[in-house]
Design a protein around this ligand. Structure first.
Ligand code: BES
Ligand code: ZN
Ligand code: ZN
Length: 479
């Protein structure tokens, strides 16, 4: 199931039409509306009803008066949300396509509305026996706006498709997506988009002595995988590659430090949300043929209790050679990410970014409204990342990263332990990861926003695909 956004030169009189207009200013109107309709719409706008839907039976005719905010990115976000509302309206009336015409003068306004509409049109019907019967009617969204180029429109179309892929992966339960299946999904996406994907199997992972990944996998009956994806176009502008690392815990029971089932385990199929970001951002970057050399790494396994599972108290020798005292088997994400961060050193990278549903503490701190980040990248890089975050409305909240937090993960019997104290849990997790880096690095904890239990406009419900658009935007506009 997909929804296509495409640039159109004009609207016609058969397809549903959304006009983004300007209030106050004397709009010339549009041939689509009669004089009476224009009078009616103007009155509605004056009464603060900013979205007027006229049902012409074979199509909907919509006039929207955009809420212009203090900053453009906020106006765009408001338009995305209106796009989602109109998406539901169009589906309710069984409309297959719509054209969005922008006469408001908000730069990129029609495209933002189209983006919200396409993201809101996502469905995960794969596992219903009658999935096709539930299918939305809307499939095509046309953008008629001079201020958005064909490339701009196609880029948003690609990032929406990539977000759909990420949502699909997150929504698939363990019964349908184990570590091997996740790496196969990346290989399939690589074939389609044109990036390389090599998968290290358990024997290879053992030969490299990736102790962190192997320790978490000990309780599993399924083998782990380590996926290495690469996009290296001839016209790449960077000499040193960017590296994306994603936490690929396909299911997190907590291991022997078992989570209580009812509340905290139900949605732990989403613990590979970071892996989805790494793989699906690669998909977008390659599909859009961005001139940038990027590598993505995904260590993957499930985390389960079993006769052979790693236990609290174990000391693990990591791929880096460092030793870790495991005091909570539920702090497994950092164990597998550490090996991938060590692997990243071989590329002498320009910047490494990791994405992970890492801590409940990050989710508790910012909720679903943003992404917790921290790291050692330059202030200039952090600013660009924050700007990208605002542009796609996946906002970053940078946490303090003081040395004192590192002292909280000191161990009596090993180089470090895998948990800190009761406070600053998102940060001590970050400090653990930092010990495996020797390059510019940013850590993104997406525990709060990767998966939603209730719908939130165009982000929908369940897997959101958060950060796929953000990373793609960063590489297109700011890297
Ligand atoms: N996958 C969880 C974090 C998580 C929690 C993601 C809620 C999404 C929603 C992670 O592996 C975990 O269990 N972290 C522990 C760490 C603790 C044991 C130090 C946590 O946050 O409680
Ligand atoms: Zn865990
Ligand atoms: Zn986890």
């Amino acid at each position: 199931m997909t929804t296509t956004i495409r640039k159109e030169s004009a609207s016609d009189n058969k397809t549903s039409l959304i006009l983004i207009l300007k209030n106050g200013k004397d709009w010339k109107g549009h041939v689509a509306f009669t004089t009476d309709e224009i009078i009616y719409i103007k009155k509605q706008f004056a009464d603060k009803n900013n979205t007027v839907v006229l049902n012409q039976l074979n199509r909907l005719l919509v006039a929207h008066n955009p809420e212009v905010k203090s900053e453009v990115y906020k106006t765009h976000e408001a338009l995305r949300k209106v796009g989602n509302t109109l998406c539901m309206e169009l589906n309710k009336h069984k409309m297959k396509s719509v054209s969005i015409v922008d006469e408001s003068g908000v730069k990129g306004g029609a495209l933002a509305m189209a983006e919200g509409m396409a993201l809101g049109n996502y469905q995960f019907n794969e596992l219903f026996s009658n999935g096709t019967a539930k299918k939305n009617s809307l499939t095509t969204i046309g953008v008629v706006a001079k201020d958005s180029s064909k490339e701009d429109v196609e880029f948003i179309n690609i990032t929406v498709q990539a977000t759909y892929h990420a949502r699909d992966l997150i929504n698939l339960p363990l019964s349908h997506l184990n570590a091997v299946q996740l790496s196969k999904a990346f290989q399939k996406m690589g074939k389609e988009a044109g990036f390389k994907c090599t998968v290290l199997n358990k024997a290879k992972i053992q030969s490299f002595k990736m102790g962190g990944l192997l320790a978490v996998n000990k309780g599993s009956i399924d083998p782990p995988t380590f996926s290495v994806m690469e996009w290296k176009p001839r016209n790449a502008k960077n000499k040193k590659p960017y590296v994306l690392v994603g936490k690929g815990v396909v299911y997190d029971t907590g291991g022997l430090s078992l989570k209580p089932t009812a509340n905290s385990m139900d949605f732990m199929k989403s613990d590979m949300g970071g892996a989805a970001v790494a793989g699906c951002a690669m998909y977008a970057i390659a599909k859009a043929k961005l001139p940038v050399h990027v590598i993505a790494l995904v260590p993957a396994t499930d985390n389960r209790p079993d006769g052979n599972a790693y236990v609290p108290g174990d000391v693990i020798k990591m791929y880096s050679g460092a030793t870790v005292e495991v005091l909570n088997t539920d702090a497994e994400g950092r164990m597998i990410l550490a090996d991938a961060l060590t692997w990243a050193k071989r590329y002498k990278p320009q910047l490494v970014m990791d994405f992970a549903t890492l801590t409940g503490a990050a989710a508790a701190a910012v909720g679903q409204y943003g992404i917790v980040c921290m790291g050692t990248a330059s202030e200039a890089t952090k600013d660009k990342l924050k700007q990208s975050g605002n542009e796609v409305y996946e906002r970053l909240a940078e946490f303090p990263f003081w040395d004192e937090y590192d002292e909280l993960i000191k161990s009596d019997i090993a180089d470090m332990k895998n948990i800190g104290g009761p406070y600053g849990g998102a940060i001590t997790a970050g400090k653990f990861l930092q010990r495996f880096t020797d390059y510019d690095w940013m850590h993104f904890d997406i525990a709060g926003s990767a998966f939603l239990k209730a719908p939130d406009s165009y982000r929908g419900k369940n897997g959101t695909g958060t950060m796929v658009r953000m990373v793609a935007n960063f590489f297109r506009h700011h890297a």
